[in-house]
Design a protein around this ligand. Structure first.
Ligand SMILES: Cc1cc2nc3c(=O)[nH]c(=O)nc-3n(C[C@H](O)[C@H](O)[C@H](O)COP(=O)(O)OP(=O)(O)OC[C@H]3O[C@@H](n4cnc5c(N)ncnc54)[C@H](O)[C@@H]3O)c2cc1C
Length: 415
């Protein structure tokens, strides 16, 4: 029989966010059980673009966004695709998305993203060293590519934002681009080097190692589907079918599925899946040191442990629709415009659910309804980037410490 008097905590969801939080809490002497219905790291965290993308905090909704909406509905190859069939269910989220595009909201949301990104590379480095995967982190940054001055000017808003928040970048001419990445087509005449946007060799390995270290410290991992909750004045435990697992605290990190759980706690949240695709090319026939993005073509290419990964774009089609791999083929086609020697023969395709709030900012918060419940979700396009920082902040929040940041922008009751 256990004689421990330590607080028992259940973390639901063993993606990169839940695994990092479980690890952090176990270090702080909580008795933590990490529950996932699948193998740890097999959700969105499995197949992301492997980028610690510290400059990519620009909220998706901008003042000019509404002009682009017809294109999103009509163009199946566009950077954002809204399934017409899913549109009716998306309307409440979309209304909030448009509200977040007001100039006054955008400035506030940029600051909330920047505050996390300012810490993320340093926090990620420390966490990766702690779990013994520091060699996974690349030493080189990301190149943002432009075919001409018009493309560069179209991305000016992002670059001005980097200036406002003091993020490093360097504008490169054609010769400098070719020196850094000889495989990039000479159609590209300008680039911005983002030196602090690093990649990890294998994002799934990070989750595996977090979970292994967590178990090594006495943490428990359970494979089970969380189907409900037991609560009185405060949370009492989670239901796993007929079984009730008791806990003093429950942290919900179930990625895009967290909304389903929060609803059962009478705390609905406007969380949607922003579906994304990757193509992992095992024998690409080229070598790259940097990741690349081409904003006008809306794709990213990352060098990874097992070849080159191509991905990007957003598809709003809900949690249940089958993957539409035409979207991966579009990004691969565009990647070959940037990298003409890229061979696409031996490859796999994958789709994952980015958990996205309409204002692009994650929820990292105590429940406003049920004492003992906490949420960490909605990290959108930056879950890997934010995971280490999020784990520290949540660890402080949950154990009664003082988080290093003002947590009010990330509250659940902001909606
Ligand atoms: C194509 C693509 C590219 C991306 N690129 C990047 C990038 O380069 N950099 C970056 O920072 N981010 C990137 N992201 C985003 C990032 O992958 C996500 O933000 C992050 O993985 C979310 O992590 P998570 O732990 O919240 O969710 P997930 O990894 O989805 O984990 C949630 C877990 O909860 C479990 N779960 C759900 N419901 C239940 C339940 N009822 N009971 C038990 N378990 C449950 C699931 O099985 C799952 O394992 C990308 C995403 C995609 C799709």
């Amino acid at each position: 029989m256990s004689t421990s008097t330590a607080t028992t905590t259940i973390v639901v969801g063993a993606g990169v966010v839940g695994a990092a939080i479980a690890y952090d809490l176990q270090k702080r002497d909580r008795n933590v059980t990490l529950i996932d219905r699948d193998a740890p790291g097999s959700g969105a965290s499995f197949g992301n673009m492997a980028s610690i993308a510290v400059t990519e905090f620009m909220p998706v909704a901008r003042p000019s966004t509404w002009k682009q909406i017809p294109g999103w509905m009509m163009d199946p190859e566009g950077p954002i695709r809204v399934s017409p069939r899913y549109m009716p269910r998306l309307i409440p989220w979309f209304i909030r998305f448009l509200a977040a595009s007001r100039p006054s909201a955008v400035r506030r949301l940029e600051a909330a993203g920047a505050a996390l990104c300012e810490r993320s590379l340093a926090d990620t480095r420390v966490l990766m060293a702690e779990i013994g995967v520091e060699k996974q982190l690349s030493q080189t940054g990301c190149l943002s590519l432009y075919a001409n001055e018009a493309e560069f000017q179209a991305d000016r808003e992002r670059i001005d934002m980097l200036d406002r928040f003091g993020f490093d970048y360097e504008v490169l001419d054609a010769a400098a681009i070719r020196t850094l990445e000889p495989e990039i087509t000479d159609q590209i005449t300008k680039a911005v080097l983002l030196p602090d946007n690093r990649t990890v060799a294998d994002p799934n390995k990070i989750v595996e190692r977090l979970v292994a270290r967590f178990e090594g410290m006495g943490g428990i991992v359970r494979r089970a589907d969380v189907t409900g909750f037991e609560r009185g004045e405060r949370i009492v435990g989670v239901r796993l079918g007929a079984e009730v697992l008791r806990a003093d605290e429950v942290v919900l990190c179930a990625g895009a599925f967290t909304a389903w759980l929060s609803k059962m706690l009478s705390e609905p949240m406007p969380l949607e899946t922003e579906r994304g695709y990757h193509t992992q090319i095992m024998a690409p026939g080229i070598k790259m040191a940097h990741s690349i993005i081409w904003p006008a073509k809306a794709f990213m290419v990352s060098p990874t442990a097992n070849g080159i990964r191509v991905g990007g774009t957003v598809e709003m089609a809900g949690l249940d629709a089958a993957p539409d791999y035409r979207r991966s083929k579009v990004t691969v086609r565009r990647a070959r415009e940037a990298l003409p020697n890229l061979k696409v023969e031996d490859f796999t395709e994958w789709m994952g659910h980015r958990p996205g709030f309409p204002d692009t900012i994650p929820v990292m918060s105590a429940s406003a309804k049920t004492p003992g419940v906490f949420y960490a979700t909605g990290h959108g396009h930056l879950g890997l980037t934010y995971a280490a920082t999020c784990a520290h902040l949540m660890g402080d929040l949950i154990t009664g410490g003082v988080p290093a940041l003002d947590m009010s922008p990330y509250r659940i009751d902001r909606f």
